[in-house]
Design a protein around this ligand. Sequence first.
Ligand code: NAD
Length: 258
Amino acid sequence: MFSLAGKLALVTGAGSGIGAAIAETFGAAGAVVIVADVNEVGGRRTVATIEGARGEAEFVLLDVTSEAACNELADQVHEARGPLDVLVNNAGIGHVGTLLTTTGVDFDRVWSVNVRGLFNVTRAFLPAMVERGRGSVINLASSAGVEGLKDRFAYSTSKHAVVGMTRCLALDHAKSGVRVNCLCPGRVETPFVKSRLAEYPDPEVAYREMCSTQANGRMGRPDEIAAFALYLAADESSFVTGAALSIDGGMTAGSGRF
Ligand SMILES: NC(=O)c1ccc[n+]([C@@H]2O[C@H](COP(=O)([O-])OP(=O)(O)OC[C@H]3O[C@@H](n4cnc5c(N)ncnc54)[C@H](O)[C@@H]3O)[C@@H](O)[C@H]2O)c1
C-alpha cells in the first residue's frame, strides 16, 4: 500500500460516496485529511470513520460554489497547517436531461459546482502548493467527460470541462512540481447514482441498463476509485501529470459490438 504519512490532504465532497472513500483511504494511508462538504452530517461521519481507524481528520463546512468561502478556508488551513500536499476536487452534482429539457437554472447549478467550484477551490489552494514546489491535485471528472453521455447535457459538458481544466493546469504548472490529474470513473454505486436512478420511471430497469453499459456488467465501488486516487496522491506517481485516467469497467474501451 502507498504511504501518505506526513501529507496534508483536502477532499471536497468527502461526506458521501467516492469522496468519503478517498478521504478514508487517505486517512488509513497516514495523511491528515481535511474533509470538506456542504453536508455536515456526512462529513462528520467520514471524520469519525477515519478517527475510528486511528487516522487524523478534520471536518470543514464548505460550499465550493462560494469563492469567498474557499479563499477564507485556504487562509485558515495555510495559517494552521501550511500548504496542502494533496487537493482532491471531488464535489460534484448531476442532472438528467438533453439541452431541450435543461433550463438555464439547471445548467448554471451543475456548472457552478462541477466547474466553477473546481476553479474556486484550486484558485485558493494552488498558489501555496506552487510556491512550495510540490503537490498533487486530483480532479473527479467522469467517463462522461471523455465521451458524450446521452441525456446528461449539463453534466457531461461540465465533466468535459473538468478534463480540459486538468490538462491546462497540468501544463501551466508542470515545471513547478505540482502534478494535476483527473479520474474518469464509469458508473459507481453511490448516493449520486441512486438519486439519478430515482428520476427514471422504473429505477430497477434503469439500474440493469446502467450495469449493461459496463463491459464487465457491474458498477464500480467507491473504494475502487479511491485506490487510484491513493496512487496519484503518493510520491510513486511522480511522473504522472495531465492524465485523464479511466476507471470504468471497460465502459469507454469500445462499443463491444461486432
Ligand atoms: N457515482 C458515479 O457513478 C460517478 C461517476 C463518475 C464521476 N463521478 C463524480 O465523482 C464525484 C463524487 O460523486 P459521488 O457519486 O460520490 O457523489 P455523492 O452525491 O455521493 O457525493 C457528492 C458529495 O459532494 C457534496 N457536494 C455537492 N455540492 C457541493 C458543494 N457545492 N460544495 C461542497 N460539497 C458539495 C455532497 O454533499 C456530497 O457529499 C462527483 O464529482 C461525480 O460527478 C461519480
